[in-house]
Design a protein around this ligand. Structure first.
Ligand code: GLN
Length: 450
């Protein structure tokens, strides 16, 4: 009840939800009865969760932030949502996003602009801006987002919450609207590392409905968290940490650099062996990412033809039905990506763009793998700047893309890493909150592969 009241109270300013559940209160009362009846409760009993609107839910619309899917109600729950419900969580509503996940500020939603709870004149980041803002504004406890090239990590950083992008394949993508299938993952938001770890426990695992989901056993992520309260006991003794030099170099805000450096020296105090490492191929991630992601998007989005789903502009002729439905339904950014992707895939340009980008992707994977020989974890900021003003970059798509430099790495690695860093991250967030509440927090991002 309290959360629902708060949700409605702050929603007119923040606008993080596209749809709020009508049954949440009833589900909560049902749980209360279970408690009263002495029944054993599942691990997330009564926990209120927000779900990004590109993740399908049976009982609520799922629009992907696009007018082309306005009013669409899937006939199934995404696997991650099903697992959450089985664990007793209550899906409170569907959160706002850049249309189909394409964007970095949530201003690209077909429906509304979400504000950053720390400063309402600023963006919450994106594309999972609604999920990050909702946790940050305490409208829900945890939330699901999706990350293709930074859409969990960057909004978490802008909104001062914990964002966890799991390794590709760790969480089933069944029911996640495809953007760039070789990169898409469902990720977690929480206000502490422990919350994110518990959420990850619930949604991880192999799923026969997603052939790319990993069969690797799911460890108990929450159990692996290390308490960092006692700095003197050097809880991270011997952990080799590489700070990627290029991520705190030219073009990165001085505020960001100083917070990341402070965080790195805190790691040293906790016992880590810190070294600055160089990854010269780092900046290639961004151009390779935008070619690959747009190419995959141009193919994935062909399913929105006005026949199978959502928005249809009826006409006599089939080709004009496609044209008008897509012309009306898609927003500018999505159309631009479809054009870019189609161009990069077309005969004559394929070799120069798509194939080249795939080669760069392989090179980046290799460089990261090499860097992981001498390091247990790599760290970098999640974005080159803190949250910017609403409207500041909407007319300059290239500036918007450039903001993804830290997270768009065109990587698709699987590997086992350690969750230990994450509990330290939450401290960074909390310290950061105190230090720069209104300009938002640059959070050292996950490079731990799970
Ligand atoms: N901002 C990036 C893009 O627009 C990443 C989005 C995402 O991770 N879904 O493609």
């Amino acid at each position: 009840g309290e959360y629902l009241d708060r949700l409605h109270k702050v929603e007119p300013q923040i606008r993080s939800f596209l749809h709020v559940s009508e049954t949440a209160m009833r589900e909560a009362e049902e749980l209360d009865r279970m408690v009263a009846g002495g029944k054993e409760l599942p691990p997330l009993a009564g926990v209120l969760v927000g779900v990004k609107d590109n993740i399908c839910t049976l009982d609520m619309p799922s629009t992907g932030g696009s007018k082309i899917l306005e009013g669409y109600r899937p006939a199934f729950d995404a696997t991650a949502v099903r697992k959450l419900r089985e664990a007793g969580a209550i899906v409170l509503g569907k959160t706002n996003l850049d249309e189909f996940g394409m964007g970095s500020s949530t201003e690209g939603s077909g429906f509304q602009v979400t504000a950053n709870p720390w400063d309402l004149s600023r963006v919450p980041g994106g594309s999972s801006g609604g999920s990050a803002a909702a946790v940050s504004a305490k409208q829900c406890v945890i939330s699901l987002g999706s990350d293709t090239g930074g859409s969990v990590r960057q909004p978490a950083s802008f909104c001062g919450v914990v964002g966890m992008k799991p390794t590709y394949g760790r969480v089933s993508r069944y029911g996640l609207m495809a953007y760039a299938s070789s990169l898409d993952v469902i990720g977690c938001f929480g206000s502490s590392v422990a919350d994110a770890a518990i959420l990850l426990n619930v949604i991880s695992g192999h799923d026969r409905l997603d052939s790319t989901s990993s069969k690797q056993e799911v460890p108990d992520f929450a159990k692996e968290l290390v308490s960092l309260n006692n700095v003197d006991s050097k809880p991270l003794n011997g952990l080799r940490v590489g700070l990627i030099k290029e991520t705190i170099g030219e073009g990165v805000g001085i505020g960001i650099v100083s917070v990341v450096k402070a965080a790195a020296s805190h790691l040293e105090q906790l016992g880590c062996e810190l070294t600055e490492i160089s990854l010269p191929s780092f900046s290639l991630g961004l151009p390779a990412y935008y070619i690959l992601a747009s190419s995959e998007a141009s193919s994935n989005l062909s399913r929105y033809d006005g026949v199978r789903y959502g928005n249809q502009v009826p006409t006599e002729e089939l080709s004009s039905l496609y044209c008008n439905s897509r012309g009306n339904g898609f927003g500018t950014e999505v159309k631009m990506r479809i054009l870019m992707g189609t161009y990069a895939l077309s005969a004559g340009y394929y070799e120069a763009y798509y194939k080249r980008a795939q080669q760069v992707r392989t090179l980046i994977q290799k460089r990261f793998k090499d860097a992981m020989i001498d390091n247990d974890i790599l760290i970098s900021p999640a974005a080159p700047s803190a949250a910017y003003k609403i409207g500041e970059k909407t007319n300059d798509p290239l500036a918007m893309y450039a903001g993804d430099i830290m997270t768009a790495r065109a990587k698709q690695n699987r590997g086992i890493g350690r969750l230990v860093l994450l509990s330290w991250l939450s401290r960074t967030v909390h310290r950061g909150k105190a230090a720069c509440a209104s300009s938002c927090v640059p959070l050292v991002q996950e490079v731990v592969q799970l």
